[in-house]
Design a protein around this ligand. Structure first.
Ligand SMILES: Cc1ncc(COP(=O)(O)O)c(C=O)c1O
Length: 408
């Protein structure tokens, strides 16, 4: 490593220690929880660092507090572009240090994130489809108003602030072997890797990206910054087209492995966290757990810290995810068939489902179905069920009772 880069890393590490004083004053030292479910599943000792319980619902407040504490006396105001959580962090930190704040979000930002930034007193501007579009507008606003641009990840102070998570992990989990963290623009994992490796170079740092936004996985493999094609992902906080210049250098040198996870794996991780651990994570916050569930890592016998980086998820997204996860795990059934259009048939059919403890979510009738035999109506029923074997039993019993239904 050439001298100047080593100095940057040292500045980031020292910055983290300084940031800890500010962060501990205005934000939470989030808890670490041992996960019995994930430990059993992986054969490792898995701990979750719960940044979803952080003020503003994500770790982003850490970098924002440190950065704004440093620039508050020289800046007339601050402006930033963000897919959401950084915006809330900056909005919150600006309100702490009483400085005007504009946040530019892509039009795709979730309603929760837009509203909370406003609640913290920021002026919100919606622009473009993804972060990169929003960033262009933020630069323009910074030029027009003379506000300081606060980059969400490619800034040594922001990285130092995020690194405070690693200082806490080192104190909360003795002799941790590996830390797993999400990668968006790379600020979080840069901070964590610099701090962890400065105190113990043997700790393995593993970064996780969605398959649908694999900018670091591809750039690091290619040895240069690449702009990748982005597809929609539940992990909306991890969507940027390309790594930052500084974060790319840090990640290339300090992160041991980068893995990608599918949308299904992320959905299952959110579901598992909710059902087994009673933890509400957003997509970006759940990718570490998704990597463990997808069997992409051998962590048996190791002590692992997984950073659950945020919990800001829309209620509608939770509903869709639960339905999808139930379907994937065989606990959601959709059956279709025809019943005579006369009183009592619907209750006969639902009675059979109830007998097998199926919980009906939706029933729809289609009298206009032209394929239906005369005097029959088409029926579609969606229900929760213990397993797919039980669905087979229900279909069998319906057939015996003269009702022809099939699984959809
Ligand atoms: C919840 C959550 N996790 C992880 C990240 C990724 O952080 P970074 O862009 O510093 O890599 C973000 C970014 O917004 C986020 O909101």
């Amino acid at each position: 490593m050439e001298k100047s880069f080593e100095e940057v890393l040292e500045r980031i590490y020292n910055g983290s220690k300084e940031a800890e004083r500010i962060v501990s004053r205005y934000a939470y030292r989030t808890p670490v929880e041992y996960s019995e479910t994930l430990s059993k599943l992986t054969g490792g000792e898995v701990y979750l660092k719960l940044e979803n319980l952080q003020k503003t619902g994500s770790f982003k407040i850490r970098g924002a507090l440190y950065k704004i504490s440093k620039v508050k006396d020289e800046a007339r105001g601050v402006v930033t572009a963000s897919a959401g959580n950084h915006a809330q962090g900056v909005a919150f930190a600006s309100s702490v240090f009483k400085i005007p704040c504009v946040v530019v979000m892509p039009e795709t930002a979730t309603i929760t994130k837009v509203e909370s930034a406003r609640e913290y007193g920021a002026e919100v501007v919606l622009h473009g489809k993804i972060y990169d579009d929003a960033e262009k507008r933020a630069i323009k606003i910074s030029e027009e108003r003379g506000y300081m641009l606060i980059h969400p990840f490619d800034d040594p102070d922001i990285i130092s602030g995020q690194g405070t998570i690693a200082l806490e992990i080192a104190e909360q989990i003795k002799d941790v072997d590996a830390v797993i963290a999400p990668i968006g623009g790379g600020g979080l994992i840069s901070g964590i890797s610099v701090v962890m490796k400065s105190t113990n170079p043997d700790v393995e740092i593993i970064g996780i990206e969605p398959e649908n936004a694999p900018k670091f996985a591809e750039s690091v493999k290619a040895g240069k910054i690449l702009s990748v094609e982005i597809k929609p992902t539940i992990a909306d906080g991890l969507v940027t087209k390309k790594p930052g210049k500084l974060t790319f250098r840090i990640v290339s040198k300090m992160v041991d492995r980068i893995l990608t996870v599918s949308e299904n794996e992320i959905a299952k991780a959110i579901h598992l966290l909710l059902e087994k651990e009673k933890i509400l994570a957003e997509g970006a916050g759940a990718v570490g757990v998704a990597a463990l569930l997808g069997n992409k890592l051998d962590v048996s016998g190791k002590k692992i810290a997984v950073v659950v980086s945020g919990g800001n998820i829309d209620l509608t997204a939770i509903y869709r995810l639960i339905i999808r996860a139930l379907a994937d795990t065989g606990r959601l059934a959709v059956i279709e068939g025809y019943v005579p259009d006369s009183p009592g048939n619907l209750s006969d059919v639902t009675g059979v489902i109830a007998k097998y403890r199926g919980n009906i979510i939706d029933v729809s009738h289609h009298r206009e179905d032209l394929k239906a035999p005369a005097w029959h109506t088409a029926l579609k029923i969606v229900f929760e069920v213990e397993s797919q074997e039980v669905v087979e039993k229900i279909l069998e019993e319906l057939r015996k009772a003269g009702y022809m239904f099939e699984k959809v």
